[in-house]
Write a protein that binds this ligand. Sequence first.
Ligand code: ADA
Length: 703
Amino acid sequence: MGQGPRTPATQKVRVFFVALLGLASLGHSSGREVVPLVEDWKFLKREIAPDQNAEEWRNFKTPPWEVVSIPHTWNAEDGANGLAADSGVPEGYYRGPAWYERALPVPAEWKGRRVFVRFEGVSLVADVLINRIPVGQHRGAFGAFCFEITPYLKFDGKDAMRVRVDNSRAFDVAPLSGDFTIFGGIYRPVEIFSTGEVCITPTFFGSSGVFLTLQNMGKEKAEVEVKTLISSEGSDLQDIALEIEIKNAEGVMVAKKTEHIGKAAPNGHTAAIEIPSPRLWRGVADPYLYSATVRLKRGGELLDEVTQPLGIRTVAIDKEEGFLLNGEPYALHGVNRHQERTDKGWALSNADHDEDHALIREMGANTIRHAHYQQAGYFHGLNDRHGIISWEEIPLVDAVSASPEFLANARQQLQEMVYQNYNHPSVGMWGIFNELDCGAMATAPAVPVVDDLQKLAKQIDPTRPTVAASFRQNAGAKHRIPEAAAWNIYPGWYSSSPDDAAGWIADFSKQMGARIGISEYGAGANPGQFQEGELVRPVHNGSLHPQEWQNYFHERLWTQLKDNPNLWGTWIWAMFDFAVDKRNEGGIPGLNDKGVVTRDRKTKKDTFYFYKANWNPDPMVRIASRAASPRKQAVTEVKVYSNCAEVELFVNGQSAGLAKPDASKVCRWPAVALQPGANTIKAVAEREGVSDACEWNLEKTNP
Ligand code: ADA
């Protein structure tokens, strides 16, 4: 069955930026009319108990309200400051209830139409009230949800919405724990919209209500099944027409079809459409995107309209050949990404998503693991457009609970993830867990839950493989439940040596009788800390995380991962440093510093350039440890990351010789003499016309 997403980023809808309350005049035969709710939210970071303070509840006037805009989180500071837990805030940051309130700009002209509110992400539990009447609750921080609010509206210019949001730990809501801060708030966009009285169902697991499934793909034509959920509220459908229009990337219509619905089938209306001479979606080489628009019409009147991305492609993971895109082996190499950054936590703007995506592409990754949860619709849209394959996963991290409510919640989050993102061609696989049966919360065995989720994922979407990330040395029963297994490995960080990776991989792959993925591999680094001379493995939870060890770790790891016939894909842990309020290591509190770019996105660590040299064909030269100054050792190795044919090193204007990059794009000059005081270091790839330079200061007290 094909079911899929509705993301404002990819859905072409007419957006009316109406002025507040009744000032707008909107036409009525215009399908879907959307109003984003961005500014002017009142916010209070505490509980308002209706029975304890009736006046406060009725009037909602209690100062001090803060006025905020969405996206918003209340943990931007305390969620990342690493301050030890205190008695008032046991988790080290505020995890509790808060309230939002906002006037709803529902124009009087919407009377007679159906009105919905859609939230893209609220952490962790949201209760929505319209004009003080409870409309619905949503449990889970990462999936979008949508409620119909028509019966609760007055259409008198005075409609208002309140949302109680609570990011307290909830024992029936995944994740039960994890190595990341759970930022509270309405942290992704919110909108209201209206439709005609018959519409494309917007409330089905927050999805678009339109699900596109490729049935056949050939040179002459591709056949796509278009399934549309229709909400009629008892209206007669006899005279309703469903129109499907496929446009190519240039906006030219390439296929069109109109069908009469007659009677709404409970599972939606299914139609088939053919696209002549299809151009395939081929990952970074050619991420060619069509769009599919579904319209509901009565006579000449447009009742509703939804547009979704459409990529013609197939994905699979083969035991022997690895990841296949359109039936051909496609080597996946990429990064893990958390949805957060300095000063903002999870409340990211589209510009923030753009910046993250551009950095990931600059490094040359062709895949992103959305760790450890469903990420924003806008980010999926970027993946579609740039040909980046994503591993999208549910937040089933560390532990499951035995309660039926927990299983129901995990199922709900899985369905939201799959239905909402079904149409994104970039989603390559569904992740069903990360590192289960560990941590203090792990009181129930994970296998029955994982087994259930696996069946559900395949039932909803048989077109994509399921995967999961583990860390056990021995592949147990739960690793064999998803179609392809992957491991999180940290040889040379938490234990052991970086050179152990290939042996581990061979062993895991042998145990599984198949290629495996490396879903995480990484080491921490503070880009302001350096180590000269012989490298010593840092203490992982100690205060010193010099950048040189991260460089060494990745140089050694990538050498073993690249072209490894036991693998179907690899993901660095992590692209960006991220907030873990309970961590305090590497000289920076509240941070997991295994990113190759800092949390504020301002500093690309050396390791970023190591991968750029390996993955991005644009000619580049970068001196490793270029910021390591002042220095103590007069004779030092100089390393340069480069994908050029050869690089010449100049020290204080004198050539130190030419070097060719090795198979992992590292050039080395083993014993370079520095002079006391300032030294100019320059690396030049003359043929390609690129260079890099820095100044190293040798402390004068040393010989
Ligand atoms: C685990 C976990 C990640 C991350 C990592 C680490 O593998 O899956 O969430 O926190 O450990 O940095 O230790």
